[in-house]
Write a protein that binds this ligand. Structure first.
Ligand SMILES: [Ca+2]
Ligand SMILES: [Cu+2]
Length: 323
């Protein structure tokens, strides 16, 4: 299908649900890319049925309403269950979440521990750890959300977490095969289209795009489907179990092989063998010198038990199956 055909399928403005969800028409599109990281290849046709999607990631204010109503306690606020972590030292089994901390000087880019720090007391209300707050960030995307938290919120909202294919189709905004969610140029006419990192990662972010760290959702232009922040700001959970090569994945995200796929998604070097989901969209930490994942095709593995300061959620709604 050509780009023009796809644009003809853009949803009319009227096709929005009362809460602003946007209709993404079912289509066959080119998923993945052959021009970047190996885990994105091969570019291949994938067919997705139509669905509704939230135009923005879930914000701190929205997540706060959920917590207020349900008294839900996120994974980052609970001590890990020792049975899931054989051999872990007791002092490690305390509530924590993973926070990006910029090192003071140049470090090896080969070891993410040089900038990712487990912080006790870091959670969605305290994104940088104890002493930090979200008081000035009601409209920023919620972060420090583990997979179980994402599911709990989705269930409460009566919505679902998108599959990787649904997410990528939505992110492409009707531009089939484009590099970015807005076309083939990172900064068309010099304009920043998403919240990413400028300058040398991980030492110093110049914030040339207007923001260091997260930004209020909707601060950058929407894509062709009217969706904000699909790229940059925070990564977003998808429901697919991670495989290093998309062609290995089953056609469907759940079913009789779900347990097998979950087990296979774990990192072999991880003694606890925590299963990993695919996250999409890149974040405010994606930088040209380290991680050019501010593109719809980009993907990373995220252990389901781990929450971080640059990962949030966006929900979808699938139409009811015809009886
Ligand atoms: Ca930025
Ligand atoms: Cu990145």
């Amino acid at each position: 299908m050509s780009v023009n055909d796809q644009v003809a399928h853009l949803p009319p403005r009227a096709m929005r649900l009362a809460d602003g969800m946007v209709w993404i028409p079912g289509v066959t599109f080119t998923m993945g890319s052959d021009h970047h990281y190996p885990e994105e290849a091969p570019a291949r046709p994938v067919t997705v049925s139509g669905f509704w999607i939230d135009p923005r990631p879930v914000t701190n204010r929205q997540f706060g309403q959920f917590v207020h109503k349900t008294r839900y306690v996120t994974m980052a606020e609970r001590a890990p269950d020792p049975s899931g972590y054989p051999g872990a030292r007791p002092e490690m089994l305390v509530p924590f979440s993973v926070v990006f901390v910029a090192p003071r000087r140049r470090v090896s880019l080969a070891d993410p521990h040089n900038w990712w720090t487990p912080v006790t007391g870091a959670d969605w209300r305290h994104p940088q750890g104890p002493g930090s707050s979200i008081r000035s960030k009601p409209d920023h995307p919620v972060v420090h959300i583990a997979w179980a938290d994402a599911l709990a919120y989705a269930n409460w909202a009566g919505k679902a977490i998108p599959s990787e294919a649904e997410w990528e189709l939505a992110a492409r905004g009707g531009l089939n095969g484009a590099e970015y969610a807005w076309g083939n140029e990172l900064t068309p006419g010099g304009r920043w289209m998403a919240n990413t990192w400028q300058g040398e990662f991980p030492i110093y972010d110049t914030g040339e795009d207007g923001y260091q760290g997260t930004s209020p959702v909707g601060s950058y232009p929407a894509n062709g489907y009217g969706l904000y922040d699909m790229i940059g700001n925070v990564w977003e959970w998808t429901s697919d179990w991670y495989t290093s090569h998309p062609a290995e994945a089953n056609g469907c995200c759940s079913g009789p092989n779900d347990d097998v796929d979950a087990a296979r998604s774990a990192d072999r070097r991880d003694p606890a063998r925590i299963p990993r989901k695919v996250m999409k969209g890149g974040s405010h930490l994606c930088a040209p010198n380290y991680c050019r994942r501010y593109r719809p095709a980009a993907r990373m593995a995220q252990p389901t038990d781990t929450s971080t300061s640059h990962l949030g959620i966006r929900l979808i709604l699938r139409p009811a199956e015809p009886a």
